[in-house]
Design a protein around this ligand. Structure first.
Ligand SMILES: [Cu+2]
Length: 149
């Protein structure tokens, strides 16, 4: 009986802590027919140091956290196991930088659609919580012009 009570109290504490992790301006880039992958972008701010360790979406068979980097003058992207969320600092996921990669798409994503994303955040003490985000789909090329110099 005592252990059940403890578990309940812990879950309440988790929910309160997570409520402070905020996601701003989430969006997903629209796709064309036959396109099987796209990116999801947003700003994430954690009040205390945490890490984004996973993402899932019902529209994608596979979803990963990606980073982009220059290598031999070629932009490459690769999956990373976790993205650090420093305390109080907004981490920007944007085209050309960190992004969430949605792969094995079940259907094209069209302008105006809303894509549910479940972000798994790991706190400094190892606790994991899921953050539900609703990201609107924006047309191809939207909000990317400032990223091309
Ligand atoms: Cu990617």
């Amino acid at each position: 009986m005592k252990s059940i009570l403890t578990a309940t109290l812990l879950s309440i504490a988790c929910g309160a802590a997570l409520a402070d992790v905020t996601v701003k301006d989430p969006w997903v880039r629209a796709t064309v027919a036959e396109q099987k992958a796209t990116g999801a972008f947003m700003q994430i701010t954690a009040p205390k140091a945490a890490r984004l360790v996973g993402v899932r979406s019902p529209v994608a068979g596979v979803a990963e956290i990606h980073e982009m980097s220059m290598s031999d003058n070629v932009m490459r992207m690769r999956a990373i196991p976790a993205l650090d969320l420093p305390a109080g600092k907004a981490v920007e996921l944007k085209p050309g930088g960190y992004h969430l990669m949605l792969m094995d798409l079940r259907a094209p994503l069209v302008d105006g659609q809303v894509v549910p994303l479940s972000l798994t955040v790991e706190m400094a003490d190892g606790r994991r919580e899921t953050l539900e985000v609703k990201a609107p789909v924006r047309p191809l090329g939207a909000a990317t012009s400032h990223d091309h110099h």
